[in-house]
Design a protein around this ligand. Structure first.
Ligand code: ADE
Length: 236
């Protein structure tokens, strides 16, 4: 199998692979996936290596220049990988999109800094604008690391047990049920008795009920949009 390829365009290539260089993602970096962090500043042309300018219409901060970003993007050969730009204005990232991206050949990810990127280059190059949540980071790099982590852990051969990716939060449109391990009692709190009963049908039922209860209580948005159950309800 060919590698899943990530190309990141950033003003701070030294931020990569960062946390993705350790643990499971780090072990798989090389054998399963590749990471190429390209310095946007290499495409600046003036003596000061300028990559940004003041916002049209005034206001605080600086805007990354369309021509520089276009050159950085155009220097990545188009092999059909999706081209993303990390921005708090983007479409919120969901597990369904992560699964699609992980199933493809990789991604090209542009990281913004300053007040943003000239919108014309985002449109001209047809970039997919992606947000990792409703808060503002100081740049797209940590957002890109987050997106890559979510993708890489799904690649075949990265996670120890293939099942644990399918069972966890969001894959079934529900939050994950709570987990416990020894000791049997912690500060007066026992492990729920059903989990140590050995009754696998009861355990599965309890976990499903807990997943549904937690989703209803904590994420009414997910609960309202959850997929219809796939299994027939038990006959009564
Ligand atoms: N850059 C700054 N904040 C961001 C966010 N929430 N998501 C994606 N990119 C960002």
């Amino acid at each position: 199998m060919s590698l899943w390829r990530a190309t990141v365009l950033t003003l701070f290539p030294e931020m990569f692979p960062g946390p993705l260089g350790i643990s499971l993602a780090g072990k798989a970096l090389g054998p399963v996936w590749s990471l190429d962090a390209q310095d946007i500043r290499a495409h600046a042309t003036d003596r000061h290596r300028t990559v940004d300018d003041t916002p049209a219409g005034g206001g605080p901060g600086m805007v990354m220049k369309a021509d520089i970003i276009a050159r950085a993007l155009d220097a990545v050969p188009d092999d059909g990988r999706p081209r993303l730009v990390m921005t708090p204005r983007g479409t919120p990232l969901r597990q369904s999109r992560v699964i699609e991206l992980a199933a493809g050949s990789g991604v090209v990810v542009l990281c913004g800094r300053f007040e943003g990127i000239d919108q014309r280059v985002i449109e001209a190059r047809g970039l997919e604008e992606v947000s990792i949540g409703d808060y503002v980071l100081s740049g797209g790099e940590i957002a890109a690391l987050t997106l890559l982590d979510a993708c890489v852990r799904l690649l075949p051969g990265v996670m120890g047990k293939p099942d644990s990716a399918a069972e966890e939060s969001f894959s079934g449109g529900l939050l994950e049920y709570p987990q416990y391990t020894r000791p049997a009692e912690f500060e007066g709190r026992p492990i729920p008795a059903v989990l140590t009963s050995g009754d696998h049908k009861k355990i599965a039922e309890w976990r499903q009920n807990e997943a549904e209860r937690l989703t209803r209580e904590r994420r009414p948005d997910l609960w309202a949009g959850r997929p219809a159950p796939t299994k027939m309800p038990p006959k009564t």
